[in-house]
Ligand binder design. Sequence first.
Ligand SMILES: C[S@@+](CC[C@H](N)C(=O)[O-])C[C@H]1O[C@@H](n2cnc3c(N)ncnc32)[C@H](O)[C@@H]1O
Length: 152
Amino acid sequence: MKIEIVVIGKLKEYIRPAVKEYIKMLSSFAEIKLTQIKHAKGYKDFDKSLKKEAEGIISQLKESDYVILLDQSGRSCDSISFANHFHQLIQINSSIVFVIGGPFGVDESLKKRANELLSLSDLTFTHQLAVVILLEQLFRAFKIINNQKYHY
Ligand SMILES: C[S@@+](CC[C@H](N)C(=O)[O-])C[C@H]1O[C@@H](n2cnc3c(N)ncnc32)[C@H](O)[C@@H]1O
């Protein structure tokens, strides 16, 4: 199965090995495509930058994509509930796309396009760390779904 993770902003050197490691660990369960979207720079109006970024992402999404936007205001759940929910989603959707906002979050239009908003915690993380936390939770979810031992 294919899972796409779209992140606004370039991943820094220090985070790349962790991302690579988790994508490798996940490879027996799913093919992870990581798409890094450039910040829309050069706009004096800050909201315009966010709108431009959102337009770029939305235009590349297919109607059939089930979009999960990572956002602090989203629904929070524990790892078991996430695994159960994710299990249901992968059974009924052929394409799941996670979107992670940039340093200033995302435009409202992206929130509207998303099928759901998911919170990782009440704490705010950088988009860099959010990618790694998401990947770890996906790995954990696949382990739970497949009744395999991991760090429960
Ligand atoms: C530095 S945060 C952006 C904070 C920004 N003030 C906002 O209002 O969203 C960068 C991105 O990482 C993700 N992120 C950070 N912390 C998160 C959390 N606790 N739950 C879900 N996503 C989070 C979100 O996608 C967010 O847009």
